[in-house]
Ligand binder design. Structure first.
Ligand code: MD3
Ligand code: FE
Length: 208
């Protein structure tokens, strides 16, 4: 394999690490479900009043939330009034290790957004602009059913390329890629031994 399992692909700043988290797949799914037992997955409303297709929850110092008031990071789960569950050490260590493998040393995420997609669910092209520090990368871990990730460019009109992401794949986004448009194509039906008919995606961020 060229480049020792490290696949930097254009745009500069996106790096896919195929199977990087596969050895920890089961523990990662268990940890995500334990978080969801305390901060349940929910389909949030966009400020425009539409229900998003992916169900979401969070862990760490803040959680990404969306409602009629807009998008923001909130220190408490608005559904329970409680702080979000802690970011597990397993998550923290994996995110730091993957970022380092992609060339971002010293990445210390303060939270993870957890997305759950069922067959038919996707995510429209968007940018992630609610975090405070854009010099930090975002690390994404795919678990369960495969998905086609759509990555565009700096402009909404840029035609997105398609990238297959499987359970255990990790992608790191930093530098120029950090503000690029991206999304997820609607999931194909299927079942995965660890997640059933669902894909979980963890995104580790420095939000505060
Ligand atoms: C590129 N999630 O939660 S992960 C999201 O598969 C999100 O659930 C998708 O987009 C998912 O906001 C994609 C990959 C990803 C995450 C954040 C990014 C790519 C990114 C932020 C900036 C650029
Ligand atoms: Fe995003």
């Amino acid at each position: 394999m060229i480049n020792g399992d490290l696949f930097p692909v254009s745009p500069p700043g996106l790096c896919v690490l195929p199977g990087f988290a596969l050895a920890e797949e089961e523990a990662l799914v268990e940890a995500a479900l334990a978080i969801a037992s305390r901060a349940p997955f929910r389909r949030m409303k966009t400020p425009g009043g539409r229900e998003m297709r992916a169900a979401m929850t969070n862990c760490g110092a803040a959680g990404w939330v969306s409602d009629a008031r807009g998008y923001r990071y909130a220190r408490e789960d608005p559904q329970t009034g409680e702080p979000w569950p802690e970011l597990p050490d397993l998550f923290r260590r994996l995110a730091t290790r993957a970022a380092r493998a992609a060339g971002f040393t010293g990445f210390m995420p303060d939270m993870a957004l957890i997305n759950r997609y069922e067959p038919g669910a996707g995510m429209a092209l968007h940018q992630d602009l609610d975090e405070r520090d854009f010099s930090a990368p975002i690390v994404s871990v795919s678990l369960g059913l495969p998905a086609v990730f759509l990555w565009g460019g700096p402009n909404r009109a840029d035609r997105p390329a398609r990238l297959a992401l499987r359970s255990g794949d990790v992608a790191v986004w930093g530098g120029a890629a950090r503000k690029f448009f991206h999304g997820v194509a609607p999931l194909k039906p299927g079942a995965h031994p660890r997640t059933g008919a669902a894909r979980l995606n963890l995104t580790f961020r420095r939000a505060l």
